[in-house]
Design a protein around this ligand. Sequence first.
Ligand code: HEC
Length: 470
Amino acid sequence: MRIGALGPDLPIWGLLAWVLLTGGAVPAGADGGYASLEGHGGPVKGVAVSADGNYALTASFDYSVGFWDLRSATLIRWLEGHEAAANAVAFLPDGRRAVSAGDDFDLILWELATGRALRRFEGHRGKLIAVTVSPDGRLAATSGWDGVVGLWPLDRPLGEPAPPLWLKGHRANVNDARFSADGRDLYTASYDGTIRRWDVATGAMEEIVVEHGFGVNHLVLNEEQGWLAYGAVDGAVRAIELATGAELADLTTERRPILALAASPDGQFLAVGDGEGYITIIDTDEWVITRDFRAAVRGPIWALHYDHDGGRLLAGGLADEVALWPVGGGRDALFAEGRRRFHTPAEEMPNGERQFVRKCSICHTLEPARKPGGARRAGPTLHGLFGRRAGSVPGYRYSEALTGSPVVWEAETINLLFEKGPDHFTPGSKMPMQQIARLADRQDLIAYLREHTGPRTELRSGAQAAGGTE
Ligand code: HEC
């Protein structure tokens, strides 16, 4: 497989001109070309593809895991069970089960045919940011921000305890882990700047493989070719020879941090996603960059995974959708279609809209709750916000702080919410602590909300509230 002609030295304006000339001519297609997985209500932090290439899994900030038919780019079902953002997903080798891990500190084992959570593994004391399954499918390794790695047995009969083996030794958050092909070793990357190798049978640390100094976010292992590659918070992308630890290549660019790494199934290509929204593709035969493109209008690339034949690259970031970039040979027109969608230059937005897009839209829509896309966010829809009693959107699971609150949402109460912060204005609320310091920003935001949240909600008599109406 060879990648198309787009070299790294083609200047960005040339690229744009080329996109303008060719973009949009080719429809998104089910032919393995450009398409996307749509339906999540928040950023996507993790992606995985089944061994046969037919299915994909996505983990999102909206707390849910998506199970997709990759051939048609359609959703099969949502897997609901995490109580906070879902960060990572992996298929088991049988293709019938999967695991996911999240900000709720838990690992969940799923039965994909039914969407049932077969088992919830608890014990970590920090967020789980990565999960990987051993080649024989019997173990899952979780990377925890509590500084430990959990090795969880996936094959215990339900009802029997399944205690983990803890790998302890990293001095900070663990960010990633990979099993060796024989399943005997586990390599782990940590914010403490090291990559370590552990004996899976005993849990003993065997070796510090890399001492990078800056936090290491991701690693990829290619034992057949004898190398390990990693990406770090300082933007470093390096490969070392496994046998000697000697540096093979340094493909660091000026962009940082590195937030995603994926190897093509044949091991030849390495895709790198960074904090500035670019994807870089490296040919590991020669250790040269063969493609480097901006893959998101705004925000980072958090999740990358090749499909089974390396023809497409699944990319997740701040957008609600997962892009399927056609990176295999001969698909440049489709590639341009993707660029057109994901790289429309950001127009100057008025301040109120910018406040909403930057600070609220990750968790709230403005659509009526029953509309598709109106429901799948961490927070309730803000449609009909003005005149609405706090905690009253049907079907949304509020905290008691809001269901029991006398507050009615008006310009004044929304202003107070962000002047004081939800923790002070509605103590106990599960909306994260945040304040908007400048009065002008709050006013612009409120004016934007008034214009875009639809008609006022009229309080029925008796529901008249004590808390500030205008
Ligand atoms: C990280 C997620 C997140 C962000 C960002 C966020 N919210 Fe929220 N918001 C929530 C959650 C969760 C709730 C429900 C709180 C509860 O039940 O205690 C909520 C509740 C609210 C409510 C009360 C709604 C009701 O029906 O009573 C308002 C109003 C609100 N948010 C406005 C905003 C605005 C405006 C912004 C941007 C400045 C914002 N939120 C940013 C998560 C978020």
